[in-house]
Design a binder for this molecule. Structure first.
Ligand code: A3D
Length: 321
């Protein structure tokens, strides 16, 4: 079987870690593209020179020419500005929409059969724009946000309960903004509901609820927490790991059920908008969206989050995209 080819569009902080992770896991040959001259060539030379130590032999190369992404099976897009302290993701809309339109036109021309994972912010709007410009089918256009948001939620739960994060299952749905919806009722440690463990720990239902609310709020603001500490950009290790998990599920046809920014076609009561939902990722990209029952409060939080996505898409249309 021929090796898979993975193009990474954007050779900044996340793009660099992606190239390293995907190369080291030998998921396929990696081509890192950026508009900045020499940057992707320099990063990939550095990564390739670690191959002898890390024992991988896929090729990892850099380019400023879109022709080099031809024949890619998978494209992961991080092109665009990240946040600085005090900025919301939505503040990036006009700058990154311009970049995404250009990227989508080039991916459409040079890698027309690729499955595409978008990471650039504001995520839900950028995925919507890529889909519109590329004309690719919905199963081949998705966004990464939920895997990271869920991983953040799981981390806070593990720290609070003093258990390995490997045993925590937690999922965050909705748009990738401050209205995202960490699902409390479904969060569990190897099947044991997190709320039950908190109630036993504190022997007090009100206190347990307060602790959970604090973890939910920290999850929603977790991106901003990192931006505030880094001062010059946003999180990059964890977003790259999260997209790599999605890439792996697609390239190896694992059919993992991962929270994914996917186009909804009536699921969860939403039609024609992208939002974070559980989806099965395999060789055909988003193979299906998996519905689950939400109670009235969860549904209303989800609807609120989707409304924020709708507003963002309207703002983008007003800007001419
Ligand atoms: P950064 O290190 O600035 O890298 C972005 C790269 O994009 C730079 O190297 C630019 O040169 C490049 N670029 C700019 N314009 C173009 C273009 N037209 N074509 C190709 N490349 C271009 O940022 P980063 O890697 O830290 O973040 C990248 C994006 O991911 C930002 O929009 C972040 O806000 C976003 N992000 C998303 C998440 C999610 O979970 C969704 C998490 C963290 C960051």
């Amino acid at each position: 079987m021929a090796r898979k080819k993975i193009a990474l569009i954007g050779g900044g902080q996340i793009g660099g870690v992606l190239a390293q992770l995907i190369g080291a896991r030998q998921l396929g040959d990696v081509v890192l593209f950026d508009i900045v001259e020499d940057l992707p060539q320099g990063k990939t030379l550095d990564i390739a020179e670690a191959a002898a130590v890390d024992n991988f032999d896929v090729s990892v190369t850099g380019t400023n020419n879109y022709k080099d992404i031809a024949g890619s099976d998978l494209v992961i897009i991080t092109a665009g500005l990240p946040r600085k302290p005090g900025m919301s993701r939505d503040d990036l809309l006009s700058t990154n929409a311009k970049i995404m339109k250009n990227v989508a036109e080039n991916v459409r021309e040079f890698a027309p059969n690729a499955i595409v994972i978008i990471i650039s912010n504001p995520l839900d709007a950028m995925v919507t724009l890529f889909k519109k410009v590329s004309g690719f089918p919905a199963n081949r256009v998705m966004g990464q946000a939920g895997v990271l948001d869920s991983s953040r939620f799981a981390t806070f739960i593990a720290w609070e309960l003093g258990v390995s994060v490997k045993d925590v299952n937690a999922m965050v749905l909705g748009g990738h903004g401050d209205t995202m919806v960490p699902l409390i009722r479904y969060a569990n440690v190897n099947g044991i509901p997190v709320m039950e463990m908190l109630e036993r720990k504190y022997k007090d239902k009100t206190k347990a609820k307060e602790v959970m609310t604090a973890m939910v709020e920290r999850t929603k603001m977790a991106g901003g927490e990192v931006v505030k500490l880094l001062k010059t950009g946003s999180a990059f290790y964890s977003p790259a790991s999260s997209a790599t998990a999605m890439a792996e599920s697609i390239l190896l046809d694992e059919k993992r059920l991962l929270p994914t920014c996917a186009l909804l076609n009536g699921e969860f009561g939403v039609n024609g908008y992208y939002a974070g939902v559980p989806a099965v990722l395999g060789a055909n990209g988003v193979e299906r969206v998996v519905e689950l029952s939400l109670d009235a409060e969860e549904q209303s939080l989800f609807d609120n989050s989707v409304n924020a996505v709708k507003k963002l898409v309207e703002d983008m249309a007003r800007l001419g995209f």
